[in-house]
Design a protein around this ligand. Structure first.
Ligand SMILES: Cc1cc2nc3c(=O)[nH]c(=O)nc-3n(C[C@H](O)[C@H](O)[C@H](O)COP(=O)(O)OP(=O)(O)OC[C@H]3O[C@@H](n4cnc5c(N)ncnc54)[C@H](O)[C@@H]3O)c2cc1C
Length: 381
């Protein structure tokens, strides 16, 4: 077992850390306060090759690999969760097009992620009546000549207003249950696709979360990803990788909360001495650090398993479950360490906790991860 990173992985991590500290962290609080989608910094991130990291160079991506990707997202999550979730969803979409796309689809879309022409990608599975039970989705895809006509509404779609291309899951065969779902690549300017309600969120407020409405949205036959009926399998497979992204973001956010809390504890004096001299505070920091380390190891193990080309569904679910629940505990303790100052927006831990509340919900709730993991334990997956 080798815990050392390669030279390339260290370089990516250090480069993203510098960028995140210099360009993302300074705008994180304002991004949250004003709910502004950070288009400009995302563009700079594309320039650094951070939007197609999981796609090999020869297919137009930047081919950095799953471990370097995880390290990069940890750095971005440490600076700002709105940037982090947008980046992870975009990379998930880009990689899914590469894995399941035709040569024509790959050639058309991947370079646009890499160049930043697509500021983001979006993944549209959830509907008002189909959340955890995504296989019950009702959006329809009807074959029409040499194309398809899509109708329905998707909700909670990350980057839905800004994505250059969105993966949209719709039912192409009403009789075939989950095997009747197909995925379509729909470009932003496709007639019949429009953005509906924009959600006002508790945290991650700079990320865009919107409803997408499909009204007789006509797409060509070359817009289907994979074969008709493959859609549910494709979306679930994409989410396996996505879960490593969310776990990585969560580790980054927890690190920010831990570092801020340690610094605060060293400087804040009560009873004539720094609160860091109280064992009650020291033990909180010790528990936060230990849990963060455990989550980081689970996450990097999932990434390394993926990079080695092995099945990583179980590893990804465990990493996502543990890291996302960990960051909620760690950010709550960060507020406790800050006392009353932790509860006001002048200090960043208040935002950290609000940002942490979303991660156990999307890309499969904690309960859904436990379903996946227990199937593995029981040999039923
Ligand atoms: C900020 C944000 C961004 C999002 N981005 C996207 C996106 O980009 N694309 C997209 O498609 N979706 C997105 N979503 C939607 C997200 O994936 C869903 O919210 C999630 O799948 C849960 O579905 P639901 O909200 O309908 O909750 P429900 O499925 O109604 O669940 C409610 C509760 O019941 C529990 N539950 C449900 N079924 C079971 C079960 N069988 N056993 C035990 N417990 C169960 C859940 O775990 C949860 O606690 C986003 C959501 C948020 C909040």
């Amino acid at each position: 077992m080798n815990f050392a990173f390669t030279e390339d992985q260290r370089m990516v991590r250090d480069m993203v850390r510098r960028f995140a500290e210099n360009e993302i962290l300074p705008i994180a609080a304002e991004t949250d306060r004003t709910s502004t989608f950070p288009k400009e910094t995302l563009g700079h991130m594309a320039d650094l090759g951070l939007m197609s990291m999981l796609v090999p160079d020869e297919a137009g991506g930047t081919g950095m690999g799953a471990v370097a990707y995880s390290l990069a997202l940890m750095e971005i999550g440490r600076a700002c969760m709105s940037h982090a979730v947008t980046t992870s969803v975009t990379n998930m979409v880009c990689e899914t097009i590469y894995r399941f796309g035709t040569p024509g689809q790959i050639e058309k879309h991947i370079p646009r992620f890499t160049s930043g022409e697509y500021v983001a990608g979006a993944f549209a599975l959830t509907e008002s009546g189909a959340g955890s039970d995504a296989g019950s989705l009702k959006a329809t895809a009807e074959q029409d000549g040499d194309g398809w006509i899509l109708n329905g509404a998707k909700i909670f779609i990350t980057s839905g207003s800004y994505a250059g291309v969105t993966l949209i899951a719709a039912r192409s065969d009403k009789e075939a249950g989950k095997r009747g779902i197909s995925v379509f690549l729909v470009e932003a300017d496709n007639p019949g696709l429009r953005v509906g309600r924009k959600e006002e969120k508790m945290g991650q407020r700079g990320s865009d979360t919107v409803e997408l409405i499909l009204e007789d949205c006509r797409v060509g036959s070359d817009s289907i990803l994979g074969q008709p009926g493959d859609g549910f399998r494709i979306m679930l497979s994409a989410l396996d990788g996505g879960r490593i992204g969310i776990a990585s973001n969560s580790c980054g956010l927890a690190r920010a909360a831990l570092e801020t809390s340690a610094e605060y504890a060293k400087n804040r004096k009560q009873f004539g001495r720094p609160i860091s001299s109280f064992q009650a505070i020291q033990f909180k920091l010790a528990d936060m650090s230990t849990q963060l380390e455990a989550a980081t190891l689970l996450t990097l193990r999932a990434a390394a398993t993926k990079e080695a080309g092995r099945n990583y569904t179980q590893e990804a679910s465990k990493a996502k479950l543990y890291s996302t629940e960990m960051v909620q505990r760690v950010t709550r303790e960060a507020i406790q360490i800050h006392g009353g100052y932790g509860y006001v927006s002048e200090y960043p831990v208040e935002r950290c906790m609000r940002d942490a509340m979303a991660v156990t919900l999307y890309e499969g709730t904690s309960e859904v991860q436990r379903i996946v993991i227990s199937r593995g334990v029981l040999g039923a997956s």
